[in-house]
Write a protein that binds this ligand. Sequence first.
Ligand SMILES: [Fe+2]
Length: 447
Amino acid sequence: MAIIMLVTTLLSMALLCEEATAAAYVRPPARPNLMLFAGGKKSIQPDQVHVSLAGPNRMRVSWMTSSMTAPSTVHYGTTSQQYTAIASGVKKSYSYFLYKSGQMHHVVVGPLLDNTTYYYMCGGSGREFKFTTPPPAGPDVPIKFAVVGDLGQTGWTKSTLEHIENSNYNVLLLAGDLSYADYYQPLWDSFGKLVTPYASAKPWMVTLGNHDIEGIPYIVDPFRAYNTRWQMPYSESGSVSNQFYSFETAGVHVLMLASYADFDEDSSQYKWLQADLARVDRSRTPWLIAVLHAPWYNSNAAHQLNGDRMMAAMESLLYEARVDMVFAGHVHAYERMTRVYSMKRDPCGIIHITIGDGGNREGLAQSFLDEQPEWSMYREASFGHGELDMVNATHARWTWHRNDDDEAVVADDIWITSLSAPESQCSVSSSTKRGVSNRRVLRPLGT
Ligand SMILES: [Fe+2]
């Protein structure tokens, strides 16, 4: 009898322990910096392959070769190993003290069919890759973005990328801080190799963060590696700089802004943004979103006020244009704000989201300000990624996927109504031209 009681007691204790363990979330230990192939031998075959949107029905294919004489050509077609078109482009390389890069090739291919998988070969030899083009242009066309920031190249980064891959996204938006090379150039190469399986298959649209700036005054310009490796469609959008640009896909106009270029009223970025917003037509692209690095709204203890000067210069411009959402990185945590303008809740304001939790080696920003501001709706210091699913012209679903565990868990899930929707509280003209005769009504209807 005593033995039965002892066994029963031990079983009860075990069950209690299990319940207590299950109730308390235990964060797993940090995962190591991968530094894939850093300092290793450069590949003879094309590698570091990524693709990006390059204007209507066009994609830019970019890759690295160690050979200085490898051709900048892409053979492509809609059937594997049967290439029906060939395109040529440019190649660039750079030096950074003792480091000498390979040749980075950039080739624009197209015109391409919408929603179609193309098979392609870089430089006329080597392995075959494939990418899928986005859906067609149109105000009511569904499209899904993966959104991530501050990736780096750790085990957590790999986990984030694998989760994103499973999301069946069309276009990836990266809010800056790509490789965390931080002046050690081989880490740009290892980052390029790490992301190739993903970035060679879907367009990656990136803007730069502070870790992408590697200038040495009077010796090296700040964006030498970033500009050589990650060429974005700036000239196609009328921008004069690879640091800021815009693009349109399906029914979305996307502004990729630069936290680390001049943004004051007399700056080239500000003037370009004004001109770009004047070209937005909400009847063609009912969704208007922006991506930048240093957040304007942030209740994490890390990087407080880092985005304030840019916010002071540009917030009213974006507010008056009725921008729906702004995505930022920099803070290594997740935070979602309600519609906000000038530090106050505003039904016509912008939904700001900080998504700097891609998984880099610096780890998480664990501390939030004690008092959660009225405009902060959800905040959590975990690694993860976001998915922005534009369902139609008026409604989108935003989900944030925590990946501190091996599987992605949806932790935040909201539906968003575009400010251009008829049921929105705010009035947006079909065109966002900023001329006096076409200025939009700035206050909510009925007030
Ligand atoms: Fe940053």
